[in-house]
Write a protein that binds this ligand. Structure first.
Ligand code: PMP
Length: 288
């Protein structure tokens, strides 16, 4: 009998699955895994540059913290996962690329309690040059969606199930002709995009929403620290939709999107500003 589960040919590099390096065609999981049915998984996105993963330990630590937040027991420590990541990158032969660690409640029953279910863990690498073209900037719409309250979903955990919200808001933005959207926090103030943090410039001051009700991204933290090193102050403050016309520059940050300028929010247009360009250059230097 042949397996009728073709793996698309976009995946060409070896995958690490539950302790073994396997070709992508063998990196298969049963349909009955809990994580598939209920979104009970956690993941990371890591970029590597010239063969070296940026903030590797921080990402692996966050993966394990996300897993703890949903009660998933990952049977590998951070150091082991970092070692595997480095080996996977070396095996891929890629200089620059993206690495996705993911863990989920596995096969053994579909009761919501997931009692006795072991975690499956995988690491995958691929080439992902750019999400957006940073020279042209992106257009965002203002989504009506709100992130969950912190007592509903742990805001600092990257959960697969939690991504459904960003997925729907993002698809709606795309269907309206935008590249992505700004999503609100649970109180209705501007928070972040579907999968990146947000910064703007108001009256020559760099501002960003305080990231306590949504993911405080590692790129966001890096950008804040770069800005401080450059003597650029950053105000963490409440931002609301009615302030959008005051933005003279804006950009989004994330491992995948790096620092991508925002040139339009709804109908408000902005140039790619000097501050954005300065931070982009400094970020490039830091990751390279
Ligand atoms: N917010 C959300 C919802 C995300 O998924 C991501 C991507 N991980 C970010 C922000 C940016 O986080 P980081 O800079 O750590 O990639």
């Amino acid at each position: 009998m042949t397996l009728n589960v073709p793996v698309s040919d976009r995946w060409t590099h070896d995958v690490w699955l539950n302790g073994q390096f396997v070709p992508p065609s063998d990196a298969l999981v049963p349909v009955m895994v809990h994580g598939l049915h209920y979104g009970t998984g956690v993941f990371e996105g890591i970029r590597f540059y010239a063969g070296k993963a940026f903030l590797l330990e921080q990402h692996m630590d966050r993966l394990l913290a996300s897993a703890r937040a949903i009660g998933l027991d990952v049977p590998f420590d951070s150091q082991t996962l970092c070692d595997v990541a480095n080996e996977l990158i070396a095996r891929s032969g890629l200089a620059d690329g993206y690495l996705r660690p993911i863990a989920w409640f596995g096969d053994g029953g579909l009761g919501l309690h997931a009692k006795g279910l072991a975690a499956d863990v995988a690491l995958v690498v691929w080439e992902w040059p750019k999400v957006f073209q940073p020279e042209s900037g992106v257009a965002l719409n203002l989504s009506k969606a709100r992130r969950a309250t912190p007592d509903t979903l742990p805001p600092q955990a990257k959960t697969t199930g939690g991504y459904l919200l960003g997925f729907m808001a993002h698809r709606q933005a795309r269907s309206l002709g935008f590249d992505d959207c700004l999503i609100n926090d649970c109180n209705g103030t501007l928070a972040e995009t579907s999968s990146a943090n947000f910064f703007a410039v108001i009256d020559a001051v760099l501002v960003t929403p305080k990231a306590d009700l949504f993911l405080n991204g590692l790129t966001r933290q890096t950008v804040i620290s770069i800005a401080k090193d450059l003597g650029i102050g950053v105000q963490e403050r409440r931002l609301t939709a009615d302030m959008v016309p005051l933005f003279t520059e804006a950009f989004i940050t994330g491992t995948a999107v790096e620092i991508t300028p925002v040139t339009k929010i709804e109908t408000h247009q902005m140039p790619i500003g000097a501050l954005t360009a300065r931070l982009q250059a400094a970020y490039k230097k830091q990751v390279g």
